[in-house]
Design a binder for this molecule. Structure first.
Ligand SMILES: NC(=O)c1ccc[n+]([C@@H]2O[C@H](COP(=O)([O-])OP(=O)(O)OC[C@H]3O[C@@H](n4cnc5c(N)ncnc54)[C@H](OP(=O)(O)O)[C@@H]3O)[C@@H](O)[C@H]2O)c1
Length: 263
């Protein structure tokens, strides 16, 4: 199926690793031009180099912390200078916080609020005018199933994920008259940078990553019996972002291996 991405201009926040990087790859392979950001310059350069070899000037990366409004505006200006406009924004940057109610202090609540909300608000605000100028504009928000199904070891992240789910609906309503579709994906557990870090921190001595992940999949009752791979949510993100999904807005697609317990 042709998604209709050829020649469109996409921005992926947090594109230097995991799901973001897989999304950059899918969009490029489908003919889009892609700009991505992250904070760590070494990680950005390592991600960019092989893509440059394959896609040349169709791919661009710059350091940008999405929580820094001025940096986001600078990144936006650089993207527009390169590509002349933007059709697609993927709000992906971020990470989860492991904490119960008891172990989340006020500062942690505020930090998590800042990350979850402003990682969506700032890029959306910065790129809105450019998206309005496109006749194929869309935003995809990378969210988590925790929005609907909180976990006791991620109380703070779960509550804020629910808030993002609510914000996504409001954005879809407010931006529809401006020609911008807004959709999201709800992730289960996908093997990426953050799960690599958790494996390194939590695995028993000598436990392989495959064994650790298989145990995790069983504990979490993932119907597919395994964790997701970054290219799986990336395909869902590309579909929702693409013109082929032109009648879909305000929707959330679960990409979680059937782990949800609600109907
Ligand atoms: N993997 C899962 O199971 C899962 C589940 C639910 C939700 N998610 C969400 O999915 C998204 C992608 O995560 P992932 O699993 O692919 O993790 P990952 O491999 O750690 O990638 C996260 C990306 O976001 C970037 N990033 C983090 N904070 C940023 C900031 N303030 N400004 C700009 N870039 C930032 C990181 O680069 P730098 O660190 O260099 O900035 C990196 O490129 C995240 O929002 C995560 O919370 C993941």
């Amino acid at each position: 199926m042709d998604l209709g991405l050829n020649g469109l201009r996409a921005v992926v926040t947090g594109g230097s690793s995991g799901i973001g990087l897989a999304t950059v790859r899918v969009l490029l392979a489908d003919g889009a031009k892609v700009a991505f950001c992250g904070r760590d310059e070494g990680r950005l350069a390592a991600a960019l180099e092989p893509l440059r070899a394959d896609y040349g000037d169709a791919v661009f990366a710059a350091p940008c912390d999405v929580l820094d409004a001025a940096a986001v505006e600078g990144f936006r200006d650089a993207v527009i200078e390169r590509f002349g406009g933007v059709d697609i924004l993927i709000n992906n940057a971020g990470q989860g916080r492991l904490s119960t109610f008891e172990t989340t202090d006020d500062a942690a609540w505020r930090d998590e609020f800042e990350l979850k909300f402003f990682s969506v608000i700032r890029p959306t605000r910065a790129f809105q005018a450019a998206l309005e100028a496109s006749d194929k504009a869309s935003i995809v928000i990378v969210n988590s199933l925790l929005a609907r199904q909180p976990e006791p070891h991620m109380v703070c992240t779960s509550a804020l994920r629910a808030g993002i789910q609510n914000l996504q609906k409001s954005l879809s309503v407010e931006l529809a008259p401006k020609g911008i579709r807004v959709n999201g994906i709800l992730l289960g557990i996908v093997d990426s940078g953050q799960w690599q870090r958790r494996y390194e921190a939590q695995a028993k001595p000598g436990e392989t990553k495959d064994a650790w992940m298989a145990d995790l999949a069983a504990q979490k009752h993932i119907l597919t019996g395994r964790l997701g791979r970054p290219e799986e949510p990336a395909a869902a993100i590309a579909f929702l972002a693409a013109p082929v999904a032109s009648f879909i807005t305000g929707a959330s697609l679960e990409v979680a291996g059937g782990v949800s317990r609600f109907a």
